[in-house]
Ligand binder design. Structure first.
Ligand code: NCD
Length: 317
């Protein structure tokens, strides 16, 4: 739906109008975004004029702390204006479709729309309804491309791979509720396209064997997997999306990242979490606040990645 998200200009691949998921990008596009992001990461707080005079609308139909604020800060650092719209307090509560909401916002002269929605495919619907740039900030269980990109940036930096973003030889575990996680799907997309090995770890109901079709391994034995892992991304159990675990205590005994498990990882291994964290469930506070945690670096990388995406999608339009 909508125009093709990528195109080739003068023989060089470039990102076109929309970033809807990472499946539609090839490794070269991912590297292009990450190269821009790595530059922004090293100069946090720097102000640019790249998008001066442009307006970006945040259409967030689902709760968010870091993603929404991160897109807003990224847009401001590029000189753009930002308007915020959420379902509460908008005409969505009166039955307006998201396509009509998006067209309405575009008719007011918006140049880019960032959309988050509880339904998979919502960002595609918006992209098909408007002519302006569209970035998916998370649609149901489907995709969260900027999260996948920022996690790849953090891992690449950690293991000195930012010169070429070649992650071959690294192994990343994604642990917990993969079944309901758009973050997991986008992480797998970004990491495998850059050459990393990915292993999905969780109970059978939350880490189904079907994930293998995405090009990763699947295991239900966290302790056995840990010695081969360079990085571990811990996921929240997404109860609001229908995830079920028997008891929290039983779940934590098998799949919580704690200090004992951290010591089982490869030397120099790091811990990631996209947030929001449920401390004491999938991760202990000792680990979340410990030396191997890169959780707040992920947040910082998020601004850099979103700046790079906004620039690539909007600066030439
Ligand atoms: C995630 C999301 O909303 O998809 N958070 C985020 O964007 N950083 C993960 C989650 O909700 O658990």
């Amino acid at each position: 739906m909508g125009s093709t998200p990528v195109s080739t200009v003068a023989g060089r691949a470039s990102i076109d109008r929309c970033l809807l998921d990472l499946d539609r990008l090839d490794p070269e596009h991912i590297r292009q975004i990450l190269q821009g992001a790595a530059a922004h990461f090293e100069s946090p707080g720097a102000r640019h004029e790249t998008l001066r005079g442009r307006t970006i609308a945040n259409l967030f139909f689902e709760d968010s702390t870091r993603t929404r604020v991160s897109f807003t800060i990224a847009a401001h650092r590029l000189g753009a204006d930002v308007v915020d719209l959420s379902s509460k307090g908008s005409s969505v509560t009166k039955g307006e479709t998201i396509a009509d909401t998006a067209r309405t916002v575009e008719a007011m002269g918006v140049d880019g729309i960032v959309v988050r929605h509880h339904a998979a495919g919502a960002a595609d619907v918006v992209a098909g309804a408007v002519q302006c740039a569209v970035i998916n900030a998370g649609d149901g269980r489907h995709a969260h491309p900027t999260q996948g990109l920022l996690d790849a940036l953090v891992i690449a930096r950690e293991f000195n791979r930012i010169a070429d973003f070649d992650l071959r030889g690294l192994k990343v575990g994604i642990v917990g509720d993969l079944a309901h996680s758009r973050v997991a799907r986008s992480d797998i997309g970004a990491l495998t396209k850059l050459g990393a090995s990915v292993v999905c770890i969780g109970p059978p109901g939350l880490a189904p064997q079907a994930l293998k079709t995405l090009g990763c391994e699947v295991t239900h034995d966290f302790d056995a997997a840990l010695p081969s892992l360079d990085a571990v991304q811990m996921l929240r159990v997404q109860l609001e999306r229908g995830a079920r675990v028997g008891s929290t205590r039983e779940y934590a005994s098998q799949f919580q990242m704690n200090e004992r498990r951290m010591r089982l990882m490869k030397r120099g291994g790091v811990i990631l979490h996209p947030g929001p964290m449920n401390r004491g469930v999938e991760i202990t506070s000792e680990v979340a606040d410990g030396k191997q945690s890169r959780i707040f670096l992920q947040v910082r990388a998020g601004v850099a990645v979103r700046m790079s995406c906004l620039e690539l999608l909007m600066s030439s339009r």
